[in-house]
Write a protein that binds this ligand. Structure first.
Ligand SMILES: *Cc1c(COP(=O)(O)O)cnc(C)c1O
Length: 396
């Protein structure tokens, strides 16, 4: 029965029945006209989620990591310089990918729990008079630490330095859960995936590409075949795909977009803020600390929570799974053993989050954490009741 429990890992996320059913389709000829009718509107509608009219959406059968590879190999040349800050495992993995592609990676190491260092970017870019830095790479939501960075501040840093570098943003764990403004923030490539905010199975990398990045892809010389924008966009122009498309995921994506628009993107974002705030109230009531350093950095999709000194957080996540059949995120990288994570993105309601909070609370009590059983749940309940539209009516 425990496979009925929602997961509280920050991706892959819970797949609602409606999307599971939408992905249950018989094989179809992807060269038939009805595929074209399905696929083209999906690309068009996804632009609304990225917040773009000028960008172009492309998808690949891949996880988010494939999306990073597509961004880098399509636009850069061997030895090109890129500027990246490292403040968690995901920003680190992007650096690693660039290094393995033979790029010259200028890394700014930041404390884990902090976000993209706009001022340090500005300094580095201002010093680069020869404009050797081709791109600035930023992880919007660092899933390892529960930190959301201010992308508009990074844009301002690039503009203030009067620098032509492209801006690439990893929004894998933020898109479709927190606001994203591709055009307004002047993003050149945004990389996401199917298995987080879109509530789908893993397997589709979803990117948005600006005209400037597209122009760079015409002459870039890093090797690429599978991820080549040129093949993809040429095929997409007539509604097709350069190889066999992940049909089930495209059907799922069509339904996911419908769900997001029915709820309304603003309401989706507000729901994530509310869910996250309930979790934060619980953390506070337990007397524990978030890894994120300051409220303006708090992620609405994942909270990383330090466990008390001398306790191994992996024992907690193991116990929650073994005793109660519920998955929470482990501490990654520097936070291994020191923190656990509660993913609160995608298909979740107040009631579902309360089930997660009450379960992790039981697990903490079992392992003799210095918390009061029920305190976190009560704090979240108190917050969610007040946020419920019927609460005011019932109280009147
Ligand atoms: C999940 C995630 C990724 C992508 O990981 P894949 O396993 O390749 O899909 C990339 N960046 C961030 C911030 C993520 O949360």
């Amino acid at each position: 029965m425990s496979n009925q429990n929602p997961v509280f890992i920050p991706g892959p996320t819970n797949i609602p029945d409606r999307l599971r059913l939408a992905m249950q389709v018989q094989t179809q000829d992807h060269r038939a006209p009805d595929f074209i009718e399905t696929f083209a509107p999906v690309l068009e509608d996804t632009k609304k989620v990225f917040g773009t009219t000028s960008g172009q959406v492309v998808t690949y059968p891949a996880s988010g990591t494939g999306g990073w590879e597509a961004a880098v190999t399509n636009t850069l040349n061997p030895g090109d310089k890129v500027l990246v800050a490292r403040y968690g495992v995901f920003s680190h993995r992007w650096i690693d990918l660039c290094q393995r592609h033979g790029l010259d990676v200028q890394v700014i190491d930041c404390p884990w729990g902090s976000g993209a260092p706009a001022e340090q970017f500005e300094t580095a870019l201002s010093k680069d008079n020869a404009h050797q830095i081709r791109a600035v790479l930023v992880t919007h939501n660092e899933t390892a630490t529960g930190v959301r960075s201010d992308i508009s501040a990074v844009r301002r840093a690039i503009d203030t330095a009067n620098h032509p570098a492209m801006l690439f943003v990893d929004c894998v764990s933020s898109l479709a859960s927190m606001p994203f403004e591709f055009d307004e923030w002047g993003v050149d490539i945004a990389v996401s995936g199917s298995q987080k905010g879109f509530m789908l199975a893993t397997g589709m990398a979803i990117l948005c590409v600006s005209p400037k990045a597209l122009a760079a892809s015409a002459t870039a010389t890093l090797p690429r075949t599978f991820f080549d924008f040129r093949d993809m966009m040429q095929a997409n122009a007539s509604g097709g795909f350069p190889y066999t498309p992940p049909l089930q995921l495209i059907y799922g994506m069509r339904e996911s977009l419908k769900m997001l628009f029915e709820e309304g993107l603003e309401n989706v974002y507000a729901r994530h803020t509310r869910l996250a705030e309930g979790v934060r109230r619980a953390v506070d009531a337990w007397g524990l600390q978030l890894v994120a350093e300051a409220p303006e950095l708090y992620s609405d999709t994942v909270s990383a929570i330090y466990v008390p000194d001398g306790i191994n957080s992996n024992a907690l996540t193991d116990h929650a799974f073994n005793a109660y059949g519920m998955s929470f995120g482990i501490g990654l990288g520097q936070l291994d053993g020191k923190a656990f994570r509660i993913g609160h993105l995608g298909s979740l309601t107040d009631a579902m989050v309360l089930s997660g909070l009450s379960t992790i609370e039981m697990a903490m009590a079992d392992l003799h954490y210095p918390i009061n059983l029920g305190s976190g749940v009560a704090a979240a309940q108190d917050f969610y009741r007040k946020g419920s539209p019927d609460h005011a009516k019932a109280a009147a």
